[in-house]
Design a protein around this ligand. Structure first.
Ligand SMILES: [Zn+2]
Length: 607
């Protein structure tokens, strides 16, 4: 079985490095300076939120700081982690809550801070933090033994998150109490098999059982618990996935949930937290099962849904994104979203609620951490992304570098550097969509993986190319999307951007972390006309998913059709048009990657 390489051995390059730098200069890289719930959190002795926000933020900020090897960021991460550990009680309890309030404290954040400490130890081998982690998890066990540990609300629905730190600890300390604690959490935690009937029909009220972020996290529950406890795995994640996709799937590989599962429909929202948590679940599921279906799914959401919800500078984000998003203007009356406020689709500091503000930062760094895997004498590349691995095989220093603009281009070069003759296997995954594969210039069958096993010596480069043609993909309601490689394309709509700077509940929104409403200018009611899909490549700019200068686009022909607004709303498109009878002559327009198009039509009929 392959394990992910130590994150310390990974050095992102190319556009991925640029994306991480943008994140570091944006919201996720600066929350400790500008956002009271992180800056003055109760976790570090302040009087603001002392629950999920600081751990959520650190879960992305720590890998970001270390992947960029940024001394200032690493020090800020260290300051937070040390301060939190500094408040640890004698008995190991670590959350900011007085002894008499422990009973009513929802321990979801306890699982989360334990996960963050494990992540920090992976990067630093910090023995003090490792000991704090050991003692706090032991405290959890001792409370459980005494019947004092109560799982309710979020803790009950997110019990499996604690298996990440439990697994980390058990590898270092193979002690039986860790497994016992795992058994107790699994027994007391929610079993989602009991609720999956509810996922077939959207509800207009808020429920933990259909909560999109719970469900996104939960997909890994069986895998992580069976992996640690040695129980038989029934591939529950695949069963759940099929069910969710059928009743709530979107064109960009995630599920609708605003904030609970919302059913099939390109105008429903998808919460940003659910995108990054789904990505993480796919990364863990691939790590445990080795089934590459999880990587196919991961790529689709990472290259489409993730960038779509963030502004180019990553200073603002949406709570909810829509696949057909014709406006991001606050709803004047009742919100269109089932259980979220009427500002959930604005780009801002904390539209609707601040969870995504704290949590979105884990998306890109954890993707970078998932590129390389290793077992004895084999290195496996899960995704062709610009990155370097520095590792040792049989005492020899080995570097694998990937130079590529994938997914904006479909080719790349793998360069292997071995300081002395060393025998090992280099294996890389070929995406399922690749219709033709060329390795070293020779056409090769797409068998899912390509393997080169030999004695490597010095530097050797292997050019790789995957070929695809842009094509239509069918969607519900007789609609279509356009895909090319792992990218989904959308017709971008022009808009005017309205900036709002203000203060609410003592939290300042001020440029660059203010709110933006996007007001559409012009027509949006189109259908695809004809078969023509013509790819065009451009230089792009400094921003990988640039909304202004995308590096790849597709020219297609469109005709006007009759398409109404959703009942009662002037800024939301109905899920499907009134008719697909053309009302205008065909006109050529340019589609750009979904992640680049902030207002867009993605699912359209063919006239
Ligand atoms: Zn959220």
């Amino acid at each position: 079985m392959y394990d992910y390489c130590s994150p310390k051995q990974i050095k992102p390059g190319g556009w991925l490095l640029k994306q991480l730098e943008i994140e570091a200069h944006g919201l996720a890289g600066n929350l400790d300076k500008i956002w009271p719930d992180v800056r003055e959190s109760a976790w570090i002795g302040g009087d603001k939120e002392g629950w999920e926000r600081v751990p959520y933020w650190l879960d992305g900020f720590i890998p970001l700081a270390f992947l960029l090897d940024d001394e200032d960021m690493k020090q800020r991460a260290r300051r937070y982690v040390s301060a939190i550990a500094g408040f640890q009680q004698e008995d190991g309890w670590i959350c900011p809550c007085s002894p008499e309030k422990r009973k009513s404290y929802d321990i979801w954040s306890w699982f989360l801070i334990a996960k963050v400490f494990a992540l920090y130890c992976e990067y630093t081998d910090d023995k003090m933090i490792e000991s704090a982690l050991y003692r706090t998890v032991k405290c959890m066990y001792e409370m459980a033994q005494k019947g004092e540990l109560s799982l309710f609300s979020w803790g009950k629905f997110r019990w499996y998150e604690c298996f990440i730190p439990l697994t980390f600890l058990y590898e270092k300390y193979p002690e039986n109490w860790i497994l016992e604690l795992g058994v107790i959490l699994k027994q007391q935690g929610a079993d989602y098999s009991d609720y999956c009937e509810l996922w077939k029909r959207p509800l207009n009220h808020w429920k933990l059982e259909t909560h999109i972020v719970n469900i996104a996290m939960m997909l890994k529950a069986e895998a992580v618990s069976c992996h640690l406890l040695g129980d038989a795995c029934t591939d529950r994640a695949e069963y759940f996935w099929q069910l969710l996709e059928r009743y709530n799937g979107t064109a960009v590989g995630v599920f609708t949930g605003d904030e609970c599962l919302s059913g099939i429909g390109n105008n429903h929202g998808t919460e940003l937290c659910s995108v990054v948590e789904l990505m993480y679940s796919c990364e863990i599921l691939y790590g445990i099962t080795g089934n590459d279906i999880w990587l196919e799914r991961l790529e689709k959401m990472a290259f489409n849904a993730l960038p779509a919800s963030m502004s180019d500078d990553m200073w603002t984000h949406q709570y909810d994104q829509q696949v057909n998003q014709i406006s991001c203007m606050r709803f004047p009356g009742k919100s269109f979203f089932r259980t979220n406020s009427g500002e959930s689709h604005l780009f801002g500091l904390e539209p609707n609620f601040g969870c995504c503000t704290a949590n979105h930062g884990q998306g890109w760094p954890k993707l970078a951490m998932s590129i390389f895997q290793k077992k004895e004498n084999s290195i496996q590349v899960t995704m062709m992304l610009p990155c370097e691995l520095h590792t040792k095989i049989q005492e020899a220093d080995v570097t694998v570098r990937i130079d590529t603009q994938y997914p904006f281009r479909h080719s790349g070069t793998f360069t292997v550097m071995a300081e002395q003759p060393t025998e090992f296997e280099l294996k890389f995954r070929i995406p399922k969509w690749a219709k033709k594969v060329y390795i070293n210039g020779r056409e090769t069958e797409n068998c899912g993986y390509y393997s080169i096993c030999k004695v490597w010596n010095g530097t050797e480069s292997i050019p790789v190319e995957f070929e695809d043609t842009p094509h239509f993909v069918t969607r519900p309601y007789d609609l279509f999307t356009v895909e090319y490689g792992p990218l989904v394309f959308a017709l971008p709509l022009d808009f005017a951007c309205h900036r709002h700077e203000y203060e609410k509940d003592g939290v300042e929104r001020k440029f660059p972390y203010c709110d933006y409403e996007l007001e559409r200018k012009g027509e949006w009611r189109f259908g695809f006309s004809g078969e023509k899909l013509e790819v065009s490549k451009a230089q792009g700019d400094e921003i990988p998913f640039s909304s202004k200068h995308p590096s790849v686009s597709i020219k297609a022909s469109f005709q006007r059709i009759a398409w109404d607004y959703a009942d009662g709303y002037e800024t939301v498109a109905e899920k499907y048009p009134e008719s697909n009878v053309p009302l205008s002559e065909p006109q050529e327009m340019v589609m750009i990657p979904y992640g680049c198009a902030k207002l867009r039509m993605t699912e359209m009929p063919r006239v």
